[in-house]
Design a protein around this ligand. Structure first.
Ligand code: ZN
Length: 346
């Protein structure tokens, strides 16, 4: 299934240093000390400073120019989705440990008195020692936190009826939630994913993914960050998950662009290129124009992760970043992206 460029990218990745030279485990402390990220006291949950958000905004603009010729439909959703759509997605089959559900108090007035008594008791103790008895009357709401930016769009696309002959390309951006508290600043519990999502026949989706492996690599090289594309798998849960992960690799469904950031044990996946085959098309009965089940794929840009990689490799003061990187982000972004695309033939 690999095309020539994917094979070349893999060979390049193998030739590159397989270790994590360049990762800096002190990055989190340095970012907090400088006030670029703001500590909330909870691992993986940070405030963002103006400097950090400015880089995210500029990256977003660059990604928009990178995909402008695809004429994507821009859609934005709040970071929550309908619980029934989430149930249908089979996310819980694969990643039950990462999901975040939203619960709310559903008791009566007597229940509220009980809640407040429990809360009073809990607050007598230290933060780490508090029990969650006050939550005993919390009940599931009809919404859950968005696990990946593209999830809300599939049911929406299905409701529109069959795809046009050349399929659809969607541009989404959302905060996403994953329950994996960590001291690695690149493993946040809430973070933004910018995605381009392709819905169409298998050839259209494969061509899209190939194009985005090239364009994603182009963006990262224009940012003067190390480019290393590799075959990958999602962190499927449990013993059965190992089989699913092996099969995902064997079919070369997922590639990641890895950059050393803060974790000394492994590089960080900053972009991912995913081919879902007919998984979402089948679940939501999304049809191509000819009545066949639609295939889907997406490219995801980890906005916080790319931003962190920039701070790691170019320093905490954006004014001292390399001239070409500064010009790409704060100067003639559109022209530089166009020039890069023309040069890469991408
Ligand atoms: Zn996606």
């Amino acid at each position: 299934m690999n095309t020539m460029t994917e094979t070349a990218a893999l060979a390049a990745a193998d030739a590159a240093d397989a270790g994590t030279v360049g990762a800096d485990p002190t990055l989190r402390d340095r970012l907090l000390e400088k006030g670029i990220l703001i500590d909330t006291g909870e691992n993986g949950l940070y405030g963002r400073s103006q400097v950090f958000e400015d880089v995210v905004d500029r990256l977003n603009a660059a990604i928009t120019y990178l995909g402008a010729d695809q004429d994507p439909e821009v859609l934005r959703f709040p970071p929550a989705m309908r619980r029934t759509d989430f149930e249908d997605s089979e996310y819980l089959k694969n990643f039950p440990d990462l999901a975040g559900t939203i619960h709310s108090f559903c008791g009566n007035e007597a229940g509220q008195h009980r809640l407040l008594r429990c809360l009073d008791d809990a607050m007598q103790r230290s933060d780490d020692d508090r029990d969650t008895e006050w939550m005993s009357q919390q009940a599931p709401t009809r919404v859950v936190l968005t696990p990946a930016a593209c999830y809300p769009i599939y049911p929406v696309m299905a409701r529109r009826g069959p795809l046009p002959a050349n399929g659809r390309t969607i541009d989404v951006l959302s905060y996403c939630f994953r329950h994996e508290p960590s001291l690695d600043p690149a493993r946040m519990q809430m973070f933004r994913q910018r995605e381009y999502v392709r819905l169409g026949d298998p050839e259209q989706v494969m061509a899209f993914r190939q194009m985005w492996i090239e364009r994603g690599s182009l963006l990262v090289s224009l940012l003067q960050l190390p480019v290393d594309v590799d075959l990958a798998n999602d962190p499927f849960f449990g013993r059965g998950g190992k089989i699913v992960a092996d099969s995902q690799r064997a079919q070369a469904l997922k590639f990641e662009l890895l950059i050393p950031v803060a974790n000394p044990d492994s590089k960080t996946a900053c972009l991912s290129f995913n081919y879902h085959m007919d998984h979402f098309g089948g679940i939501w009965k999304i049809e191509c124009a000819d009545g066949s089940v639609a295939h889907t794929g997406c490219v995801g840009f980890g906005m916080e992760r790319i931003t962190l990689a920039l701070f790691r490799h170019h320093g905490l003061d954006v004014n001292t970043w390399p001239d070409d990187v500064r010009a790409l982000l704060w100067g003639d972004t559109k022209a530089r992206i166009a020039h890069g695309l023309a040069g890469a033939g991408a």
